[in-house]
Design a protein around this ligand. Structure first.
Ligand code: GLU
Length: 417
């Protein structure tokens, strides 16, 4: 029988035997995906392949899924792409989305004991390709699902920019039910994949009493618990670790034990049914984040003010830039463009009343971004400028806690995991 891409094979090379799946190759090498998820390339002359299973035999069987259980809550899963939504297509080698509800439940059958699911693919993109206008469309989809009766919404998302989208949805939607963002650092075909555990913990939070926008991901490098982070207080702090997400300037909202699914909360939170569903997606996407570095030319501000309607400054320490920048900040604000000061320290609160350079920034008309993460301040500024162009009103919105993004108590400053 001929061996085709997607078939299970034994590859023999120089006295060693490797078991895996024959992959497509564009380089002339013979590529086998090993059971540990890694691809191994062989010179075609140097390897012999033995067929151990046809692809059609391996994928042909249909597993019967249980029908909806009227005693379980109804959860909507909205997929936007990223690693959690990808699988390798052995015919083409492409990494593709596979997100019908049936696909998800076949891959993670434990989910069927937690809820009934309705799934929709909103986007199939890597999250670096997310855009503010996509947040708007996603917010509308979330709103429609909740309006149609969903008891909770799970949004699957690439991890790179998941916290921006979570913050955007938190500013755009008042929700009576949980809205949970989840992703995965390692894809489903890797033995260390975190996608099943993260999805199960996300389903637990989506069916819980935590009626807020949260982000649920591994809490440690082990498969023991996930953390529940508030969508406006979280950052991806590591490029590849499974516990990459940490709450900043706040404790995590809670944790989910795995596999028991038991939830413990650490913070006060909105409860199911407490808030009326509402949506406000007006935004001004022409806002930017400018990072100050020693010696950086203040002309960066000239460019920003010529091209954007609002600027978040990522200053040093308590929220500083060099003296040279001050007149440029003044001119920017005189031109009606708000400037919000955040800190590249990440942890802690901006306080521009301590040093001269800080006092000068305030005199120039900039506003302190409190203990907001710079990226959250950016998303919020887009939203605030979508509500009003009156600069005083923008200042008011930016210094008022709207969705848990500003913590008043200094006891909570820091990085938490
Ligand atoms: N960079 C991609 C993304 O954010 C893949 C990484 C991931 O999903 O974690 O969508």
């Amino acid at each position: 029988m001929t061996i085709e891409e997607g078939d299970a094979v034994l590859a023999r090379c120089e006295g060693n035997t490797f078991e895996g799946v024959l992959m497509p190759s564009t380089t002339g090498t013979t590529v086998v995906k090993l059971k540990n998820g890694y691809n191994m390339g062989f010179k075609p002359d140097n390897v012999t392949l033995e067929l151990i299973g046809k692809k059609s035999d391996m994928t042909g069987a249909k597993v019967a899924l249980p029908g909806p259980n009227p005693d379980l809550p109804n959860i909507s899963i909205l997929s936007t792409g990223g690693t959690i939504a990808s699988k390798v297509d052995y015919r083409t080698g492409a990494v593709t989305s596979q997100f019908t509800a049936e696909d998800i439940l076949l891959a993670i059958p434990e989910l069927t004991t937690i809820a009934n699911y309705h799934a929709r693919v909103c986007y199939s993109i890597l999250s670096e390709n997310m855009r503010p206008e996509y947040w708007v469309k996603l917010a509308e989809e979330v709103y429609n699902e909740i309006k149609a009766g969903a008891d909770g919404v799970i949004i699957t998302h690439g991890t790179d920019t998941m916290m921006y989208t979570a913050a955007a949805i938190a500013f755009m939607i008042e929700t009576p039910v949980p809205i949970v963002f989840v992703g995965s650092q390692r894809s489903a075909d890797r033995p260390s994949s975190d996608n099943a555990m993260n999805a199960i913990c996300a389903a637990k939070v989506a069916t819980s009493d935590i009626a807020e926008v949260t982000l649920v991901m591994h809490g440690t490098t082990s498969d023991d618990h996930c953390l529940i982070h508030r969508g406006t207080k979280v950052r991806k702090m590591h490029t590849s670790r499974r516990d990459a997400f940490q709450s900043i300037n706040s404790r995590p909202l809670g944790r989910v034990e795995y596999p028991s699914g038991e939830i413990t909360t650490y913070l006060e939170h909105a409860r199911r049914g407490e808030r009326e569903l509402s949506i406000n997606t007006n935004i001004e996407p022409r806002c930017t984040l400018v990072k100050y570095t020693p010696g950086a030319s203040p002309e960066a501000l000239l460019f920003a003010s010529a091209n954007y309607k609002g600027i978040v400054l990522e200053g040093t320490g308590l929220g500083h830039v060099s003296t040279e920048w001050i007149p440029f900040i003044e001119r920017t604000i005189e031109a009606g463009i708000p400037v919000i000061v955040t800190s590249q320290c990440i942890s802690g609160r901006v306080c521009d009343r301590v040093y001269d350079t800080g006092r000068d920034i305030l005199k120039a008309g900039a506003v302190e971004g409190e203990d907001m993460l710079p990226e959250v301040a950016l998303v919020k500024l887009m939203w605030a400028l979508g509500q009003t162009s009156d600069i005083d009103e923008v200042w008011k919105l930016m210094t008022t806690d709207m969705a848990g993004e500003i913590t008043r108590s200094s006891r909570t400053w820091g990085v938490y995991s």
